[in-house]
Design a protein around this ligand. Structure first.
Ligand code: ZN
Length: 80
């Protein structure tokens, strides 16, 4: 009984998040296509590193994605 309820809940939650998930998937596929490094100093960007997630800036303009590490962002604010 509880199993069925859990499954049903998960199914519903998935339905509600469908649009967001799709957008996220597209963003991730875009991120996968780009170089995972800072455009200024080539510092590697690790998406699994939460410190990198916090410090790196990502600029997405149309299909152009730029990454900037925290250090370069501090030196060049707004220049991404
Ligand atoms: Zn940098």
């Amino acid at each position: 009984m509880s199993n069925i309820t859990r499954k049903f809940k998960r199914k519903n939650a998935g339905k509600n998040k469908k649009q967001t998930k799709k957008q996220l998937k597209e963003q991730i596929s875009n991120l996968n296509k780009m170089d995972n490094k800072c455009i200024f100093c080539d510092a590697p960007y690790d998406r699994t590193n939460s410190e990198h997630l916090d410090s790196f800036r990502v600029s997405i303009k149309e299909n152009d994605i730029k990454l900037c590490c925290g250090d370069c962002w501090a030196k060049r604010p707004g220049n991404l």
